[in-house]
Design a binder for this molecule. Structure first.
Ligand code: ATP
Ligand code: ATP
Ligand code: MG
Ligand code: MG
Ligand code: MG
Ligand code: MG
Ligand code: MG
Length: 277
């Protein structure tokens, strides 16, 4: 763009650069999904197609943004984690790109999961925030916090909707019945009143979905570690352009796995060390 007397307005732009050497998490959340889930008659407490659509949108985001190492989702809530120099770590660029890419795919893929329920305005939208974590143990705790939340919410929702759909209660009665109950009491209500063993509920409901880049199983763990995202704690470790390109291609080539498994215990992370490097 040619210089003009108007160009000074550009200097009013503000941009936040995210702290280097930290894990960046983008957490997105559907706007008004309580209403949206009623409008499209999502199955309660969990609509499997709606969850699979969220997973498909997250997978598409990971394909378009190879720097993202993993994602975790429950309900209308998704976190995408990466530690990289994506967009020079400009916060607004990262956040808006992830949220808008996710939203586009959610809408684009909708009909694959709800062929008989065409979307109509108001269209689904998502908000998002970026959170930074300086250590892998903070990151692990964050992931654990989300999965504990998933468990607590799912046990509550499963019991609540059993009382409403099978027990004939209205929402207020079910809420009152559950007020102050601990986990074992909710399990007991499910078992004695509805012949349901909570442990037998689907893993995708109980544990949420962890989506991650999975590298060729022929490459050793050491290789994976060595070629994991750059450690830029020192200037010396800066990657050359060709190295960066090689790295990007490796991320693009990796397959993307979806599991519904425990991410609180060490095991998941110990077997996939590249996710925390
Ligand atoms: P906000 O705009 O503040 O996020 P919200 O209505 O989206 O409000 P959330 O706390 O984000 O509220 O909760 C999302 C709600 O969407 C859940 O409580 C649930 O009612 C509904 N929901 C989301 N996904 C599903 C699903 N797969 N199956 C059934 N219900 C779902
Ligand atoms: P970034 O991802 O950094 O935004 P960009 O390629 O989108 O990179 P912009 O500075 O945003 O770069 O410029 C958008 C470019 O898209 C324009 O330079 C132009 O080449 C092209 N473009 C956008 N809209 C139109 C249009 N309506 N007709 C023709 N070209 C367009
Ligand atoms: Mg919200
Ligand atoms: Mg929401
Ligand atoms: Mg939510
Ligand atoms: Mg542009
Ligand atoms: Mg532009």
């Amino acid at each position: 763009m040619a210089n003009s007397k108007y160009e000074y307005v550009k200097t009013f732009e503000q941009s936040t650069s995210l702290l280097p050497n930290t894990y960046m998490i983008v957490r997105i959340d559907g706007r008004g999904f309580h209403k949206l889930s009623a409008k499209y008659k999502f199955e309660k407490p969990n609509d499997r197609h709606a969850l699979e659509l969220m997973n498909a949108a997250a997978t598409a985001v990971m394909k378009e943004l190879p720097d993202i190492t993993c994602a975790y989702g429950i309900s209308d809530d998704f976190i995408l984690d990466r530690s990289s120099r994506l967009f020079e770590r400009r916060e607004s660029k990262i956040l808006t790109t992830v949220v808008s890419t996710f939203t586009s795919y959610y809408v684009h893929l909708w009909s694959n999961f709800f062929a008989d329920k065409p979307l109509s305005p108001p269209m689904p939208s998502f908000d998002g925030r970026v959170v930074l974590y300086p250590s892998s143990s903070n990151l692990r705790d964050y992931m654990s916090w989300r999965q504990v939340d998933c468990h607590i919410n799912n046990l509550y929702n499963t019991t609540f909707w059993s009382l409403v759909l099978k027990g004939g209660m209205d929402a207020t009665q079910a809420e009152n019945r559950l007020k102050g109950t601990i986990a074992s009491e909710k399990n007991e209500i499910l078992f004695s009143e509805f012949k349901m063993n909570y442990n037998n509920e689907a893993e995708i409901f109980k544990k949420g979905s962890i989506i991650y880049r999975d590298y060729d199983s022929t490459s050793s763990v050491l290789n994976r570690k060595a070629s994991a995202p750059a450690d830029y704690s020192s200037e010396k470790s800066e990657l050359s352009k060709t190295q960066k390109e090689k790295e990007r291609k490796r991320h693009v080539k990796a397959s993307i796995a979806i599991e519904h498994t425990d991410i609180i215990r060490d095991e998941f992370w110990e077997h996939r060390p590249w996710l925390l490097s």
